[in-house]
Design a binder for this molecule. Structure first.
Ligand SMILES: CCCCCCCC/C=C\CCCCCCCC(=O)SCCNC(=O)CCNC(=O)[C@H](O)C(C)(C)COP(=O)(O)OP(=O)(O)OC[C@H]1O[C@@H](n2cnc3c(N)ncnc32)[C@H](O)[C@@H]1OP(=O)(O)O
Length: 184
């Protein structure tokens, strides 16, 4: 991954251990919002990712690339693949147990991804420093150990829950409010 200094954890920023009360290894990680373009089950034109954590510190998900995700004929759009990276990384909020938003997302495209491919996604945190969480992700073709098609590195910034109520749809927020101090 050719990550920049902005997405590289500073010295001393250790990756998190599984947090007490966090999702147990093997647990599914629910959507953070039902209409989310990445993970919302009520978003028919979205990616409909369903995620889980094998170990309490890593997120895994599968993304089936469909016709609605094309850029070039028969090939996934790069922006859609970046969305998949953003989403699988964003699912780490369940493991960090705090609300974060994407500050910076860097993506490497290594192989074209055909429509019909199942991309096996994986994300992990490389360090937390104050409000900043440094995360990486990859998407592999066809199998968890298949060829890597996409890699990403990201800087996520912790925000207060008021970020979503102030800048987004406060009613929708209240209807689906998540308390990050409890299990998802
Ligand atoms: C409606 C119902 C909802 C129900 C559920 C609610 C709970 C949901 C919970 C969780 C959802 C998770 C969703 C996952 C989905 C995938 C993730 C996304 O796509 S998120 C959307 C895209 N991202 C944004 O829209 C951010 C827009 N940007 C901002 O709002 C601000 O810029 C923000 C919050 C990121 C930072 O603003 P500041 O004013 O709070 O803080 P400052 O001082 O600017 O930054 C803090 C530190 O971070 C660095 N920083 C910030 N942005 C950076 C950047 N782009 N590159 C490098 N450094 C950056 C700064 O240099 C600063 O560093 P120094 O403390 O000085 O060392």
């Amino acid at each position: 991954m050719t990550r920049s200094a902005l997405t590289t954890p500073p010295p001393g920023a250790a990756p998190p251990e599984p947090l007490p009360g966090g999702p147990a290894p093997g647990s599914p990680l629910g959507p953070h919002y039902s209409h989310c373009f990445g993970c919302g089950p009520k978003q028919p034109t979205g990616l409909n990712l369903t995620a889980s954590t094998p170990d309490g510190v890593t997120v895994t998900a599968e993304f089936v690339v469909g016709g609605v995700h094309q850029g070039a004929p028969g090939l996934a759009h790069g922006g859609v693949l970046a969305t998949a990276m953003d989403e699988v990384i964003g699912m780490s909020i369940w493991l960090l147990r705090r609300p974060y938003v994407t500050g910076r997302l860097e993506t490497d495209y290594l192989r074209p991804v055909s429509v019909g491919t199942t991309l096996h996604l994986r994300a992990w945190c490389t360090g937390v420093s104050g409000r900043k969480a440094y995360l990486e992700a990859e998407g592999r073709i066809g199998a968890p150990d298949g060829p890597v098609a996409v890699r990403a590195a990201a800087l996520f910034i912790e925000v207060g829950m008021e970020h979503f109520a102030e800048h987004g749809d406060a009613d929708a927020f209240l209807a689906e409010h998540h308390d990050y101090e409890v299990n998802p």
